[in-house]
Design a protein around this ligand. Structure first.
Ligand SMILES: *[C@@H]1O[C@H](CO)[C@@H](O)[C@H](O)[C@H]1NC(C)=O
Ligand SMILES: *[C@@H]1O[C@H](CO)[C@@H](O)[C@H](O)[C@H]1NC(C)=O
Length: 356
């Protein structure tokens, strides 16, 4: 009897998955191959070999880069190396990344940095970094203050909460508050694979402040990168497996209302907003299968996409750069400052380009 019940349950689960796949197939393309699109003035940044998963840039041209993500199912070129945050000064002609030193109570050995957000205090211009961390594959958000004089990161706080179960990215909206994209069921690699490749929408966006934590949006195909418009009125969310960017209006009480969606060709990862013109930039995965099943002979490729006029009826979507992995593997973000472009990757190197 128990055997029969098991068979029925497994059958029901497979039927459910099959139904999901039918609904899902039209956007999911984990095996796409790409034609290369080259940019003329690019080189790899020296010293970044174990990823540059997320990149954010201050208006003064200082770029911060998270490196050394360790995550179930993802390759790492430095499995025993603690994660790092690199600083790059884009004002320089030939900028070189430097690994920032940490100060304060913080276990650097287990640091596994993922999404990153910068917050500038309007009163005193102090800069704070909000970094998603996965010590022992769990999820925390670390808050650091950047001390420019000494060029160090002072650790202020570790945020943990049951609603922040498996966090991917954050966007800071106050000195201690943020939105987080989150998977509310799984951290296990096999179950995550079923979830991601089966098109299950078990991810959400959580608003966190020390006095209040609540879900503000739910039901996305792998909620990932988060960004905010320069006027702080809108939040953008990247749903990777759905190739979908949702635009939300942000209310004063921090509730979000979805107002539109933009669909891409690539499985876009993190998002970056150019504060000058509002363009949204992203690094994408043409071939998610290769990203999660790493083979050095046939590595995952990279794609950089720019979305102009995202709020208009006809956003202009342009693939600015594409490479089959021979130069850059598994791009996860793209960020611009003046005519400079940085492209980060989940576990590989980082590319610096001078645009025209
Ligand atoms: C937040 O504000 C919006 C818009 O004013 C309103 O529709 C919504 O009900 C509010 N939500 C909460 C949780 O107070
Ligand atoms: C990637 O492209 C390069 C040339 O751009 C080519 O030499 C190489 O064979 C390609 N690699 C794969 C795995 O297709």
């Amino acid at each position: 009897m128990a055997g029969l019940l098991k068979t029925v349950l497994i059958g029901a689960f497979l039927a459910f998955l099959g139904e999901r796949l039918l609904h899902f197939n039209y956007r999911f393309s984990p095996f796409r191959e790409i034609e290369s699109i080259e940019l003329p003035n690019c080189h790899l940044l020296q010293g970044i070999e174990c990823g540059s998963e997320d990149i954010e840039i201050l208006p003064n041209g200082l770029a911060f880069i998270t490196s050394g993500l360790k995550y179930p199912g993802l390759h790492s070129f430095g499995p025993d190396k603690p994660g790092e945050i690199f600083l790059l000064d884009l004002n320089q002609d030939n900028p070189q990344p430097s690994s920032l030193r940490f100060i304060g109570e913080f276990d650097h050995a287990s640091f596994s940095p993922h999404g990153l957000s910068l917050y500038t205090d309007e009163m005193d211009d102090a800069v704070y970094l909000f970094v998603v961390n996965h010590p022992q594959y769990k999820s925390t958000v670390e808050i650091f203050k950047y001390e420019e004089e000494e060029n160090v990161l002072v650790h202020l706080k570790t945020v943990k909460h049951p609603s922040l179960y498996n966090v991917n990215d954050v966007i800071a909206v106050g000195p201690e508050s943020f939105y987080a994209s989150n998977d509310f069921y799984f951290t296990n690699h096999i179950m995550r694979t079923v979830e991601l490749f089966g098109g299950l929408k078990w991810t959400n966006v959580v608003y966190y402040s020390p006095s209040e934590v609540r879900e503000v949006a739910t039901g996305f195909y792998f909620a990932n990168g988060l960004a905010m418009s320069a006027d702080k009125r809108f939040i953008y969310l990247s749903a990777v497996t759905g190739k979908e960017i949702t635009v939300f209006e942000k209310h004063e009480n921090f509730s979000l209302s979805a107002i539109k969606a933009v669909y891409l060709e690539t499985h876009q990862d993190n998002l970056f907003v150019d504060p000058v013109n509002g363009d949204v930039w992203t690094g994408g995965h043409p071939n998610l299968w290769k990203l999660f099943n790493y083979n050095a002979e046939d590595p995952p490729g990279s794609e950089v996409v720019r979305i102009q006029n995202i709020h208009s009826d006809d956003p202009v979507v342009t693939t600015v750069y594409a490479n089959n992995g021979s130069v850059l593997q598994g791009s996860s973000c793209a960020a611009v400052w003046k005519n400079k472009l940085l492209v980060g990757t989940v576990f590989h190197k980082a590319l610096y380009c001078q645009l025209e």
